[in-house]
Design a protein around this ligand. Structure first.
Ligand code: SAH
Ligand code: SF4
Length: 375
């Protein structure tokens, strides 16, 4: 036996398991499924990270768990509050990498935007995460750990004094492409939906994708939640430039995948995200082409004013241009909202979650943005 094999086994991080995984973990150790359910509730409803606090679990089992398991979320290394109430958390995910979540409170909901990868390999032209390159997929513990930590920090154990949840909605719209890390994302999604964990309805959990068609089909089959698709261009020539994955999954295939998704989706529309880039994709003609493209696909549009970042070649479309663009869609009977630019003062708007990534893809033009140096 090598020295490595004889070393004490690494404790298992229970945040990596959904209900089925935890049940299997307990079964392998001769424990009943209801024990797994109890522990799941302690972790994801009680936000307890210490086995000794799990008072209805037999002391002998607690001692055993302490030997073989941990409950370890990624550590929060920065926590910034913006003037408009949004709040950004920076998490250390090891080896020089950090990822971010943003909490966005609104009158009728509180949304947490979480990350799924350290960096992103898809290299969209206007995205600061993409420009940092890709390091690795986050584990399930690192994905769900962002929600776990935010619940702990935002207090009231996930509920406000009126009995409402502080975090009522989750969007996988932070750093990374969730559908390129689908196994771990699905396990985390199952925890979000589980009544013994976060108990969110499918309509309140949204996955945002740049359009990985086969993975959209898998998500539909395995864990359909609300879907947002980053469209950004009405034709293949422009989308090939802005969202390079379009060269692999062009618009015709993407639109067909959206319609297939809708057969099982909890909402009867897809949200198309459309970043407004001055002089690039924001003309009246682009708006009309979008209407033609999406004619057969029930959808809503979310227009996102571009968030500039150092070194980016693009500018945000002027407000009157965005208004006119929205009007063209609305006049044709399509719902189009324009995203408020929140958290500008702490660089917390979606798509601006810079984090810090030790780029393994080593593209020559890569820059590393360390948000901790942006004070
Ligand atoms: N990878 C997924 C989810 C993360 S990006 C996706 O691409 O959908 C979340 C959203 O922010 C996407 O719609 C993305 O296109 C948008 N985005 C990225 N960079 C942006 C920027 N600089 N300004 C505005 N939106 C941006
Ligand atoms: Fe990746 Fe999404 Fe950024 Fe594109 S927009 S590079 S898919 S995180």
């Amino acid at each position: 036996m090598s020295a490595l094999q004889s070393a004490t086994p690494q404790p298992v991080n229970l945040l990596d398991f959904d209900a089925a995984g935890l049940t299997a973990f307990f079964a392998e150790r001769g424990e009943k499924p209801f024990r797994a359910r109890q522990v799941l509730r302690w972790i994801h409803r009680g936000f307890v990270g210490d086995f000794d606090a799990m008072t209805d679990i037999a002391k002998s089992l607690r001692e055993k768990l302490k030997q073989i398991a941990t409950i370890t979320p990624p550590a929060i290394v920065a926590d910034r509050l913006s003037g408009d109430g949004s709040r950004k958390f920076l998490f250390d995910v090891g080896a020089g990498n950090a990822v971010e979540s943003v909490f966005i409170p609104e009158d009728d909901r509180g949304t947490l935007c979480i990350s799924t990868q350290a960096g992103c390999a898809l290299d969209c032209a206007f995205c600061s995460t993409g420009k940092q390159g890709f390091n690795r997929n986050l584990t399930t513990a690192e994905i769900i750990g962002q929600l776990w930590q935010a619940n702990c920090v935002l207090g009231a154990r996930g509920a406000d004094p009126k009995g409402e949840r502080i975090i009522s909605n989750v969007v996988l719209m932070g750093m990374g492409e969730p559908l390129a890390n689908l196994d771990n994302a699905i396990t985390a999604l199952r925890l979000m939906l589980d009544d013994n964990a976060y108990g969110l309805s499918r309509r309140r959990v949204t996955v945002s994708t740049s359009g990985l068609v086969p993975a959209m089909d898998r998500l539909r089959d395995e864990c359909p939640v609300a879907l947002a698709v980053s469209l950004h261009a009405p034709d293949d020539a422009l989308r090939d430039v802005l969202v390079p994955i379009n060269r692999k999954y062009p618009l015709r295939e993407l639109m067909a995948a959206c319609r297939r998704y809708l057969e099982r989706a909890p909402r009867d529309f897809v949200t198309f995200e459309y970043v407004m880039l001055d002089g690039v994709n924001d003309s009246d003609a682009h708006a009309r082409a979008l209407l033609a493209l999406t004619r057969n696909t029930p959808c809503k549009f979310n227009l996102i004013p571009f968030n500039p970042f150092p070194g980016s070649p693009y500018r945000r479309s002027p407000a009157p241009r965005i208004r006119r663009f929205a009007e063209i869609l609305i006049e044709a009977g399509v719902v189009a909202t324009t995203r408020k630019t929140r958290g500008d003062d702490i660089a917390a708007a979606c798509g601006q979650l810079a984090g810090q990534v030790d780029d393994r893809t080593r593209r020559s033009e890569r820059r590393i943005v360390d948000v901790r140096k942006l004070d």
